[in-house]
Design a protein around this ligand. Structure first.
Ligand SMILES: NC(=O)c1ccc[n+]([C@@H]2O[C@H](COP(=O)([O-])OP(=O)(O)OC[C@H]3O[C@@H](n4cnc5c(N)ncnc54)[C@H](O)[C@@H]3O)[C@@H](O)[C@H]2O)c1
Ligand SMILES: [Zn+2]
Length: 405
């Protein structure tokens, strides 16, 4: 038996933020990140709409990018004091993910971070509050997913929390919120969405319910991402929908080792100034992982179908895989994303020698590989790599080598 779960309501289109006026309850917390939502007036709007609905509002502000366990615990303490019946999370993946984890701790104050990390082991929520998510970036799709990614900075590791319990009740996908994204954010979040759709399509947990969502998302992202990056706001609005469709797919079909590797490399070189941004990590690793996975016949066929839908040509599946890899690498170039960790430089732009020194990478490689294999996303990848294979794959991602194993 398989399960397919989405929020009960997805409101979308310009101005859909107004839906907040219709929430029924007594008290709402709004969880937001830095200053982007405030600066653009969306926070004020959201607060006004909720007040119009008769709710008392408390703000939890300042959730940092890649939120920490500490941020989660502090936010939950505020919720326990205020006792909201609605949690409204607005912003990028970071504040929404943090709010999801706060929600668990709010409903179950004795739950530790370790408890939350048990995959599909989160206790029944909604005894105290319901959850509304409003994304301002076009990538993570956390507004419709059963996931939350929290970073343990003591260990330098990102932990994905996973359970349909944390799939939001309401998602509001209003493209106006995404209009203010700077170019770099458009690039990273867009390639994150592309990775979600492709990994979901070839995942061993794919189903008839997830395939159409994944394929349509891939076609849309292929068409809209570069124009959105170059400032076309209609394309930006399309991307907001496309990433959400990709999220609906991967929340139910799961992901693969591109994400396992991104989770385990994102914060591990922090001491060298290299925070490898999630979407950029995915963009660099995706072509390598496709080459690796394509050694599995079923996965190869599925990549072939993706290439067909993208209209890439190719006489057989091998050629289609090659064309798909080339296409994705060209997208990275167009979006100013490096092709490998070695070239990952300041502000995430490509450069000759990036942040991560070779000897540091090689020294940490065995443990990164071990952690990546143990990541929750590995189980649904079409090929399960051995320690040796994962180390080789990561080396290809560091030096930009061709994957031939
Ligand atoms: N839960 C999931 O299913 C899932 C999936 C993929 C990734 N993630 C996680 O989500 C996080 C990344 O989220 P993200 O990529 O959305 O970025 P983010 O939330 O970390 O935000 C990045 C920066 O962009 C700013 N920002 C956000 N929206 C803006 C806007 N409209 N205009 C201007 N600035 C804006 C933020 O203030 C922040 O400084 C990572 O921790 C990643 O691991 C979660
Ligand atoms: Zn992702």
């Amino acid at each position: 038996m398989a399960r397919f779960t989405l929020p009960r309501d997805v409101y979308h289109g310009k101005g859909s933020l107004e839906t907040l006026k219709t929430l029924k309850g007594k008290k709402a917390v709004i969880v937001v990140g830095g200053s982007a939502m405030k600066r653009n007036g969306f926070l004020q709007k959201a607060e006004d709409y909720l007040k119009e609905a008769g709710l008392e509002v408390l703000l939890i502000e300042g959730v940092e990018p890649d939120p920490s366990v500490t941020t989660v615990m502090n936010g939950a303490a505020k919720m326990l004091e205020f006792e909201p019946d609605w949690i409204v999370a607005m912003g990028g993946g970071s504040p929404i993910d943090a709010a999801k984890a706060m929600w668990i701790k709010y409903e179950y104050p004795d739950c530790t971070f370790e408890d939350m990390c048990k995959v599909f082991g989160i206790p029944e929520l909604r005894k105290k509050a319901h959850f509304c998510a409003i994304p301002s970036t076009s990538g993570t799709a956390t507004e419709v997913t059963a996931f939350s990614v929290i970073t343990d900075y003591d260990k330098g590791i990102k932990y994905p929390l996973a359970d349909f319990e944390i799939t939001p009740d309401i998602a509001i996908v209003d493209p106006e919120l995404a209009e203010t994204m700077p170019q770099k954010l458009v690039a990273h979040t867009g390639m994150d969405a592309m990775t979600h759709a492709i990994e979901a399509y070839v995942s061993t947990a794919n189903t008839d319910y997830t395939d159409p969502l994944a394929i349509h998302a891939i076609e849309m992202i292929m068409k809209e991402l570069i124009p959105s990056y170059n400032g076309d706001m209609e394309a930006r609005a399309k991307m907001h929908n496309a990433q959400c469709l990709a999220g609906m797919a991967f929340s139910n079909a799961l992901l693969g080792i591109v994400h396992s590797m991104a989770h385990k490399t994102g914060a591990i070189f922090q001491d060298y100034g290299a925070h490898i941004i999630h979407g950029a990590a995915n963009a660099m690793y995706l072509p390598k992982v496709i080459a690796f996975n394509a050694k599995d016949e079923t996965a190869k066929k599925r990549y072939g179908v993706i290439a067909d839908y993208m209209g890439l040509g190719g006489a057989d599946d091998d050629e289609k895989v090659t064309l798909l890899i080339q296409y994705l690498r060209r997208m990275n170039d167009d979006l100013n994303i490096p092709q490998c960790i070695k070239n990952y430089g300041a502000d995430s732009y490509p450069c000759e020698q990036g942040f991560v020194p070779e000897e540091v990478f090689l020294e940490r490689l065995p443990s990164i590989a071990e952690n990546a294999i143990a990541d929750a996303c590995t189980g649904s990848n079409p090929r399960i790599p051995t320690q040796e294979e994962m180390e080789k794959l990561l080396k290809c991602c560091y030096y930009d080598l061709e994957v031939d194993f």
